[in-house]
Structure formats: structure tokens, C-alpha cells
Ligand binder design. Structure first.
Ligand code: SAM
Length: 330
């Protein structure tokens, strides 16, 4: 599968004129509604993947990877990220800067170009040119609504508008969850029930429903995410078939055959008992959002609640587990 990886020449040249070495140009305080902040980072191509993932985790729906000027080609890659204007605070800037400086690269090899304010229409144009269909599994494809894709009958196409919620399918943790979800669906007779904790754009819940799950419940603490999830579900014609709720996991009074949680490790660790309690007898928990180095800690905490790893996968620096009860059916 190829992640969002795009090559555009030319635009960078203009940008280099306002090149600032690890200095942030001021973004005007008055930012109009429906604007995005465009951020360009020049880095060594070896870091493209890891820095792209970081920028997605920080709120960019995806990252465009461009070759920099031909003289820099091979030595520098330009990453273009877009942040909703209200999520691009001074703190965010500092966090990104600190992250880049901690990559262990010489300072001269990392540059942040002047952040630019982009109107919604321009942002949409950039995305329309760059966000292409992504194949996740032999039968799942994720695409933005504007892309034409003629799918064979057996394929499931999930349309996601790359807006303000996490989950366009370009991040490895989403990708890993979708792959395990597809595989696990087949192991349940009939229609398995699915709970998606931290639904973001709704991508996993929508995939579950389109794969035949019923009922499907998606939770998120962020009302903006739930609004996006509802919009995306409606766009996929499953709006009435998924229950999206703002909130975090509390006892739901019923178990689910498949519980999905693509969350930060600290979030997972803070709800280990609740996640375990939501797994129906014979059900599984699919978790991601943590790094390979954190597998031991996470597995250890779930083991205390008699949950064991059934499958484990690492892809592009991210880890994902399928867990089930010790002595469970599967
Ligand atoms: C990494 S995103 C995952 C989005 C999507 N499920 C995917 O796989 O791409 C995590 C989401 O979890 C939400 N979240 C964080 N903590 C949460 C909590 N305690 N309960 C519910 N949702 C939470 C965030 O708002 C965010 O939308």
C-alpha cells in the first residue's frame, strides 16, 4: 500500500524565498473563519515517514511529500501539512519545533518555512490534487469524496472527507486497525457488533458497518470529531446505521464482538478495565496508537485482566494488537 506520497515541483521554489531556519514567522492574529495553516518543513528524506506521521498525529489530515528543489533533491524533502486554524496555537508550534530539533539531525538539515494562511477553497484544491484513493486490504479502499474510483463489486469503498478529525487512512495505526478489522470480521458468524472508541473521522466504524457489522457504536470525546464522523457516515450511506456519540467509554451495559481503540497509549492505559469489560464473550479487542517499544507495557497491563495477545503487527513504526480473553472462544 502506498501512503499519501506526492511529488510536486515548483511550488517550493517560491517558498524558499521566505525560508527561515528553524524560526517561526508570525501568523497574523486575526485569522478568518474556514482557514487552514499551511506548514512546510524541509527535512532529510529518510525522516519523511516519521515526521509525516507526527504531523498527522498533531492534527493535519494528511501530509503532502514533495521533492524539494532539484539541487536539494535526494538531500531534502518538503513536507506540507495543513492545520485547522483553531488548532494551530503557539503551543503547537513549539511542540513541532521541539520534536524536529530532537530528531538528532544537525540543525542545518531541518528547516521550517513560513506558515501560511490558506483559505478553505485553496486548501480543498491542494487536497483535491493530492489526496488519492488508498488501498488498505484486497477489499477495502479509502478515498476522498471527489475522487472517481470504479470499484469491482466485491470491494468496499470508504469515502472520507479529510477534515478536522483524525482518520483519513493515511496513518499507519488506522491502517493496521482496518486490516485486522477486515480479517476478524470473517471469524464471527452473522453480524458482529462493533464498538469504536475514539472514532475520529468515523473511518473504523464506517468500515465495520460496510463490512456487515451491526450494531456499530462510535464514541469520541471531541464533538467536532463526532460531527465529522456523522457527515462521513452519511456520505457513505450508513448514516442511519451507526450510532455516534460524544463522550468517553463508560459501562455501556452490553458487550461487543469487536472493540476497536486507536488511541494514544496513555488513553488506552487509562481505560484498560473499561475496554476489557466491553468485550463480549468470544470477542476481541483491536488496539493501536502505540509504538513497538510500548508493546510490553501494554500487553502486561491487559494480562492482569486476563487478556492475551492473539495477533500482533508492526508497520511503519506503529504497533497493533488483537487481544482476547485467555481461554476465550477464538
Ligand atoms: C488517533 S485518533 C483515531 C481516529 C480513528 N479511530 C482512526 O483510527 O483513525 C483518536 C481519537 O480518539 C479521541 N479520544 C481521545 N481520548 C478519548 C477518550 N478518552 N474517549 C473517547 N475518545 C477519545 C480523539 O478525540 C481522537 O478523535
Amino acid at each position: 500500500m502506498t501512503p499519501l506520497k506526492i511529488t510536486l515541483f515548483g511550488m517550493v521554489f517560491k517558498q524558499l524565498k521566505c525560508y527561515k531556519r528553524l524560526k517561526w514567522a508570525k501568523v497574523p492574529k486575526i485569522v478568518k473563519k474556514n482557514c487552514w495553516i499551511e506548514l512546510r518543513v524541509l527535512i532529510h528524506p529518510d525522516l519523511g515517514e516519521v515526521v509525516s506521521n507526527f504531523l498527522i498525529e498533531e492534527g493535519s489530515p494528511g501530509v503532502i511529500q514533495e521533492n524539494a528543489l532539484s539541487s536539494l533533491k535526494g538531500k531534502k524533502e518538503c513536507l506540507i501539512a495543513y492545520f485547522p486554524k483553531d488548532k494551530f496555537s503557539g503551543l503547537k508550534k513549539k511542540k513541532i519545533q521541539a520534536y524536529l530539533l530532537n530528531l538528532g539531525q544537525p540543525r542545518r538539515d531541518i528547516s521550517i518555512l513560513r506558515p501560511r494562511i490558506i483559505q478553505e477553497e485553496k486548501w480543498a484544491e491542494a487536497w483535491k490534487a493530492n489526496f488519492k484513493p488508498i488501498r488498505i486490504t484486497p477489499r477495502i479502499v479509502v478515498k476522498p469524496p471527489w475522487e472517481e474510483y470504479s470499484a469491482p463489486k466485491e470491494e468496499i469503498v470508504i469515502e472520507i472527507y479529510p477534515g478536522m478529525a483524525f482518520g483519513t487512512g493515511t496513518h499507519p495505526s488506522t491502517h493496521l486497525c482496518l486490516k485486522f478489522l477486515d480479517e476478524k470480521m470473517a471469524s464471527f458468524p452473522g453480524q458482529p457488533s462493533v464498538l469504536d472508541v475514539g472514532t475520529g473521522s468515523g473511518i473504523l466504524a464506517i468500515a465495520a458497518r460496510k463490512l456487515g457489522a451491526k450494531p456499530v457504536l462510535g464514541l469520541d470525546i471531541d464533538p467536532v470529531a463526532i460531527a465529522s464522523a456523522r457527515k462521513n457516515a452519511a456520505g457513505n450511506k450508513v448514516g442511519r446505521e451507526i450510532d455516534f456519540r460524544v463522550g468517553t467509554l463508560n459501562s455501556l451495559g452490553r458487550g461487543f464482538d469487536i472493540v476497536l481503540a486507536n488511541l494514544l497509549p496513555q488513553e488506552i492505559l487509562s481505560m484498560v478495565s473499561l475496554l476489557t469489560a466491553q468485550i463480549a464473550p468470544g470477542g476481541v479487542l483491536i488496539i493501536s496508537g502505540f509504538l513497538p517499544g510500548q508493546r510490553k507495557e501494554i500487553a502486561g497491563v491487559f494480562a492482569g485482566l486476563k487478556l492475551q495477545i492473539r495477533q500482533s503487527r508492526v508497520w511503519k513504526g506503529w504497533a497493533c494488537f488483537v487481544m482476547g480473553r485467555i481461554n476465550g472462544r477464538e
